[in-house]
Design a binder for this molecule. Sequence first.
Ligand SMILES: [Zn+2]
Length: 246
Amino acid sequence: MHITSLQNGFLNGSGNGAAAGNRLLATLTKNEYKRLLPKLKLVSLVLGEVLYEPGDVIKHVYFPNDSIISLISELSDTSWLEVGMVGSEGMAGLAVFMGVNFSSTRALVQGSGTAMRMSSAAVRTEANRVGSLHRILHRYSHSLLAQVSQSSACNRFHLVDARLARWLLMTNDRLGLKEFPLTQEFLSNMLGVRREGVSKAAHALQAGKLIRYSRGVITILNRRGLEAKSCQCYAIIKAESDAYLN
Ligand SMILES: [Zn+2]
């Protein structure tokens, strides 16, 4: 997505948010969107950037356009697990909307791209004003909770290659790219699996010609095949995040 065209789309007020890459913002009424526009700032997020650590005061929330933010629980200094994923369907920093100032998870940029940033103070004002942003954030809270619940059951019961397929599909949906950088160490933390387990699962997907994994770059070769390989959790999570937006 080109930043200039995105900003122009916002500035010339075309549509009711259709110019926004963020699907949550795109559901706002035209008037509400216009009113919020001065409070939204287009920012670039870079892979590996940490937006909040657990316990940090949340100063801004982020509505990703084509970036991905992972919500991570830390179990020890060396062990952590992704508990949620926020892309164009959502917003990072939801705690602020719930009346909590601190982050309980790490928010890590998992895919580079742009996002619309809003100050927490502005979100607090919106939380007290029952407009379309307020309503959609309530619905999003439910959707994110459903995603986190499904992922946690998935991490406990489903096989690593099915979970890897689900994770790659979710990343592909949010980034809109078939090729993205990914180290085994990162993936092992995302899935809460030892590196050998990730490596074995990646080999299995590669042997089935579903992906190519070379020099830290994953390429999705066969999306349909990957959908077939994934557990049903992918379809359940996708249906939930599509449904809340409609
Ligand atoms: Zn699953």
